[in-house]
Design a protein around this ligand. Structure first.
Ligand code: DGJ
Length: 728
């Protein structure tokens, strides 16, 4: 039973395959937190809560001087009635007060897991896969109900949490903060691991020691952003890839978020994560409810590698949806870095047909096919084909590509509007804006006000008519600026601070509509590369363009950092031209191939200009990738050498049955008189015999994992090796 309730001790014990999460009703009123960590079969109170009179920690509505919320580890802490630490949520009542006293009212446990209205979330395919606990807390004065939801995925080894606010009273109130989850630990001896970055430098792995006070990450940009990712983990200071404890929290949301940790006076750490309370409030009128996004919580007692694999499996199988969820992904060729806006039908056909010759399966026409889009200065919103570039239309081009026996894909940026567009000339108030203020542009564009139904409907119908007009089986859904002058023309003044969240709900609704209507289309999301690489978007689109930086060396860090949470099947990775367009670096086709083959392989360069020799290398890469892509996309991923800690990088993939594996090793710099290097594998079956195909050598799994294999002597900078391993 994943969830047990012991009525005598008022204890809830949630168990996944390898973890336990224990809470307790204290004084029959307050929800205390007892434990999260390695699985225990029976919890009998060895770390039971202890109480004593602590100075300056008042006592909530009780003469008991020993009891204070200020010192109680809690599940969903509030502010204003004795706890002075970081609250999980805050409301403002009609009379202006922000005090609330949430007390236990009831709970229910049921098989399965419910969806979250209007929001992305993990799901089950059969009720047996998860069990759910809902605990209702109640504030007598305002009659607000707060329902804490915990869904326990036993086999996936994860817990999904969210919160629902129901205002059943006669008065309205405002939510000022509404975290999706909170965990109070009994110590603060952790490192905080996060994934900060920048455009073209997404998801560095940052580890810092916790200190007394508050540390936080957040996005105020209207999207999850390149700059931060809605992921945070608390790890023991000795954690490695294979050992040690780590607690990962990932918010299934693509808008403004905040994750904070506070270490208090007793060195207890409190962590909470949710929609960013900054510049947010939500009016909850009588009878209304509010659903927070979900947070996925993963505990691993076997290091960071295990944590990542839990996230990968859950996201690949029970967050991503649709026909492509379990299908190997096609090798694509995209024209963006080959032509930018400068193309015509002939050029596109040439690229596609050489791509076909080289074994590629999908041609993607990127930006520039619509309106009068010859640069990034206009036309977003005018989703009608540009007959100057493509005189016979998208349908004709699509047919020509499919006649080559290739799939055809198209780029859109549906959430945007250019000032220089017919759509803007017709509807100048359809963008996110504030009256009487200028509208700051980013990449010469504004954001459509997708809080409005008529805007969503119009964009949906424009997209639908293009998607129905041609044999399109892939869509790249881009989003190229962050939100400023945040406001909506149709919301009343007391709801203006709901704009950013309502925008996300609008995006999700639009994505749901389009992806449901075209189940045969593979959707890849993008936001100037990996600016919206988050689980919220993965629910609608199983792939994301990992970064606009296509340089193989930069990509080592970007893909390594991304893998901390997100599965390899979600990562778009392309071979591009040299000198590389973002960093001007020269690298060999081999290493570019090996890095791109480490995710969903694509090519983004003018293959028509290639020499016969280069074409041979590329077609060989494609052939090889087709043999190994199942293991790459759906196998277990193991990080072997970190580019954040070493010059060299290595990772490997092991099929679920452990019969096949792929190892990739990347040398950053050549060195004079260099030492010999070897590499130790992971995840194999120790008693089975394996063959390393490229070396034509056989070794048992235990030897490969304990002793390791000599690497070839690689001369020069930016060298790589990719080995395929098969059980014999
Ligand atoms: C940003 C994307 O990340 C690129 O791959 C490309 O699609 C451009 N937008 C097109 O404008």
């Amino acid at each position: 039973m994943p969830i047990s309730y012991y009525s005598e001790s008022c204890i809830f014990h949630l168990q996944t395959e390898n973890s336990s999460y224990v809470l307790q009703l204290v004084k029959k009123k307050y929800l205390g937190h007892l434990y999260w960590g390695n699985k225990v079969n029976h919890y009998s109170g060895s770390n039971e809560l202890r109480f004593r009179d602590r100075s300056f920690s008042p006592n909530p509505d009780t003469p008991d001087p020993y009891f204070s919320l200020d010192t109680l580890p809690q599940e969903y802490p509030t502010f204003g009635n004795t706890d002075f630490r970081l609250p999980a949520f805050q409301v403002q009542h009609e009379n202006g007060s922000t005090v609330i006293d949430l007390q236990y009212e009831s709970h229910q446990i049921f098989q399965g897991k419910r969806g979250l209205e209007g929001l992305p979330a993990t799901y089950v395919e059969s009720e047996k896969e998860a069990e759910t606990l809902e605990i209702t807390l109640y504030d007598k004065v305002s009659t607000l109900r707060v329902i804490l939801v915990y869904s326990v995925f036993n086999e996936y080894d994860a817990i999904a949490r969210s919160v629902r606010f129901e205002n059943e009273g006669a008065k309205s109130l405002s939510l000022l903060k509404a975290s999706s989850a909170n965990v109070d630990f009994r110590d603060g001896d952790f490192q905080l691991i996060t994934l900060p970055g920048a455009w073209a430098r997404e998801r560095d792995i940052q580890k810092v020691d916790l200190h007394r006070g508050v540390q936080s990450i957040e996005s105020r940009r209207g999207t999850s952003s390149h700059q931060q990712n809605p992921f945070m983990a608390l790890a023991r200071k000795d954690v490695t890839e294979t050992n040690g404890e780590v607690y990962g929290l990932n918010l299934v949301y693509s808008g403004n978020f905040q994750g904070s940790v506070e270490v208090d006076q007793f060195n207890y750490a409190r962590i909470n994560i949710g929609i960013n309370p900054f510049d947010f409030s939500w009016l909850l009128e009588a009878g209304e409810s509010f659903q927070t996004p979900e947070v996925v919580m993963v505990y691993s007692g076997e290091g960071l590698g295990k944590m990542s694999r839990i996230f990968h499996d859950l996201y690949r199988e029970r967050l991503c949806r649709g026909e492509f969820r379990d299908k190997v992904r096609p090798v694509l060729i995209n024209n963006w870095e080959a032509t930018y806006f400068d193309f015509n039908e002939e050029k596109i056909k040439d690229i596609a047909s050489v791509g076909k010759e080289l074994g590629m399966e999908l041609f993607v026409l990127d930006d520039g096919w619509f309106g009068k889009r010859n640069s990034d200065k206009g036309s977003l919103g005018d989703w009608f084909v540009d007959k100057n570039k493509l005189p016979k239309g998208i349908e004709h081009l699509g047919k020509e590509v499919t006649e080559l026996d290739m799939e055809f894909g198209l780029w859109f940026e549906p959430e945007m509007i250019s000032k220089n567009s017919d759509l803007y000339r017709e509807h100048p108030d359809w963008c996110i804006h504030v009256p009487d203020r200028y509208r700051s542009e980013g990449r010469n564009q504004l954001i459509l006000d997708l809080t409005r139904k008529e805007v969503r409907d119009e964009i949906a119908s424009r997209l639908i008519s293009i998607l129905e007009s041609a044999p399109i089986t892939y869509v790249k859904w881009d989003m190229n600026r962050h939100m400023t002058e945040t406001g909506s023309a149709t919301l009343p003044k007391e709801r203006q601070r709901e704009t950013a969240h309502r925008y996300m709900l609008g995006v999700y609704e639009l994505m749901e509509k389009i992806t449901k209507k075209f189940p045969h289309i593979l959707f890849e999301s993008c936001s100037g590369g990996g600016g919206r690489f988050d689980p919220g978007i993965l629910y609608y689109m199983p792939q994301t363009w990992t970064s606009d930086n296509t340089d193989a060396i930069s990509r080592l860090r970007i893909q390594y950092g991304t893998s901390l949470v997100y599965p390899m099947s979600a990562m778009g990775s392309h071979v591009s031209d040299v000198p590389n367009h973002q960093v001007q670096r020269m690298t060999s086709l081999d290493i570019r191939g090996h890095v791109a083959m480490s995710g969903n392989l694509g090519y983004e360069l003018d293959v028509t200009k290639f020499s016969a020799e280069d074409k041979f290398v590329i077609s060989d890469q494609v052939k090889q990738y087709k043999k190994i892509r199942e293991v790459i996309q759906f196998g277990d991923f193991h990080r072997l050498l970190s580019p954040f800690e070493n010059d060299d990088t290595a990772w490997m993939y092991v099929s679920k049955d452990r019969s096949e594996a792929v190892v990739a090793y990347f040398q950053m710099f050549g060195e004079a008189n260099a030492a010999y290097k070897k590499i130790r594998f992971r995840g194999l079956n120790k008693n089975e015999l394996y063959k390393i195909t490229e070396l034509n050598k056989h070794y048992y799994g235990d030897e490969l994992m304990n002793i390791g294999v000599n690497l070839p002597f690689l001369e020069g900078d930016f060298q790589s090796v990719m080995w395929t391993i098969k059980q014999v």
